[in-house]
Ligand binder design. Structure first.
Ligand code: FES
Length: 449
């Protein structure tokens, strides 16, 4: 890159002023900008001054432009010395700017530079015949057609030292020259064989057409789907079908012996056994065993929490390390949660403690199976915690104890007929099998052993 200095004083003119025609043109340029922004016209005015001065900018022209725009001289000098489009020294009839930036350098700019040096001497000097001067500049934006030079206002590309010398010969002789690529390239097309974008479908419209067809087919499919959806909605509105009564919901069975039926039959709403059982429960159990028909809804009870999909236990103290409820709370919660299940037997409908409906539950149980052998008391006075069996809460544990059932191994040994007897006695036949009391008890008995 050449030094950007003003020409020696000996070459500088004493004054500069725009010609009347150029002065008028300059005023037009300045008027393009709002008041206070006239400095924006500095480059066009410098360019016009250079053109008027034979292709280079003398110091006086720079100062005249600065004065006209109300700018400090140094500011305009900074602009003139920054852009290589402004020649600061006298130039030949043909001013050659040789691009020496990397792409051109890689493609032979060095050889062009050597050719210019050999023909015209050092840059920044006018040739003896006054025809040429040259300067190495930075990228001129024609990298695709490197290497290249700009001569006055035209680009000459794809040059070799030979073609450049030939070009200068023609210019000097006044012969017509070819602007642009010197190897016949059109614009920036590939220099050698075309090896990209060779697929003819890129240009015959078939590829774009194929894409458009797929796009339109997709849109058509969507339109069909939307039409089908609309017609389905319309059919649903006009041809409503009754929902299947048992689809996705618990089977609701009629209550054979509920409070309403009992009242209708002239009996008390609650059975004697219910009343007795309720009195035995005490306040806290009554609360945790909510969700039976006729009860007031227990706020935040295990049953409610279980039904809401939350952990059932809240009333007990959670384990300090694991955060799990204590055994009593867990058993109460399980018992309460089980009571929220749909009744499986008319006698148990709505009765979560499965109180026998007959006056003599043992008689009904005897009809269903065989009473399991009971103990008069727990062995060593150490009964097992039967509430660890899922489905057995404190109430049922007491009732099992009343039957002489105190230990896991007793339940684990129940035969099917004994299971049927206990199920009938507790008035929830089938639930013992469903909840796998026997296998749970066997596991607990094995763990205990
Ligand atoms: S590098 Fe030479 S024109 Fe861009």
């Amino acid at each position: 890159m050449a030094n950007r200095r003003l020409a020696p004083a000996a070459e500088q003119p004493q004054s500069f002023a725009f010609s009347p025609e150029n002065a008028e043109w300059a005023r037009g340029q300045i008027e393009k900008y709002p008041e206070g922004r006239q400095a924006s016209a500095v480059i066009p005015l410098l360019w016009k001054a250079q053109e008027q001065n034979g292709g280079w900018l003398p110091q006086k022209a720079i100062e005249a432009v600065a004065d006209q725009l109300g700018m400090p001289h140094i500011r305009v000098l900074e602009v003139a010395t920054f852009y290589t489009m402004f020649a600061l020294e006298p130039v030949g009839r043909f001013w050659i700017q040789l691009c020496g930036t990397v792409p051109c350098d890689c493609c032979g700019a060095k050889e062009l530079k050597a050719a210019l040096q050999a023909r015209l001497g050092a840059p920044g000097h006018v040739s003896a015949d006054g025809n040429f001067s040259w300067l190495e500049v930075e990228c001129l934006g024609a990298c695709c057609n490197a290497p290249m030079v700009q001569i006055n206002q035209d680009y000459y590309e794809d040059l070799t030292p030979e073609s450049l010398n030939r070009l200068l010969d023609d210019l000097a002789a006044g012969r017509p020259v070819k602007v642009g690529s010197q190897v016949g390239r059109v614009s920036s097309e590939p220099k050698d064989a075309v090896n990209t974008l060779t697929d003819p479908t890129l240009f015959d419209g078939s590829r774009v057409g194929a894409w458009r067809k797929r796009f339109e087919a997709t849109k058509a499919d969507e339109a069909i789907k939307q039409d089908e959806a609309k017609s389905s909605e319309a059919r649903a509105a006009t041809e409503a079908k009754p929902a299947r009564p048992q689809a996705g919901r618990p089977v609701e069975q009629g209550t054979a012996d509920g409070p309403a039926q009992r009242v209708a039959a002239g009996e008390t709403p609650l059975r004697e056994s219910d009343r007795a059982d309720a009195s035995e429960r005490g306040t806290s159990q009554a609360k945790t065993a909510a969700a039976r028909p006729g009860d007031s809804p227990a706020l935040d009870s295990p049953a409610e929490r279980a039904a809401a999909g939350e952990p059932p236990a809240k009333t007990g103290t959670p384990d300090a390390k694991t955060g799990t409820p204590d055994a009593e709370t867990r058993a109460l919660a399980e018992d309460a949660a089980l009571r929220t299940e749909p009744p499986q037997h008319p006698a148990a409908a709505g009765d979560d403690d499965a109180v026998p409906e007959a006056e003599n539950p043992e008689a009904r149980a005897d009809a269903a199976g065989e009473r399991p052998q009971g103990l008069t008391a727990a062995r060593d006075d150490r009964p097992d915690d039967l509430t660890k069996i899922r489905g057995i809460g404190p109430v049922n544990q007491t009732r099992l104890n009343d039957l002489g059932i105190w230990h896991y191994d007793q339940i684990a040994a129940w035969s099917p007929r004994e299971v049927a007897w206990v199920g009938a006695y507790l008035a929830f036949p089938g639930r013992i099998d469903r909840e796998r009391w026997v296998s749970q008890a066997a596991d607990l008995a094995g763990t205990k052993g």
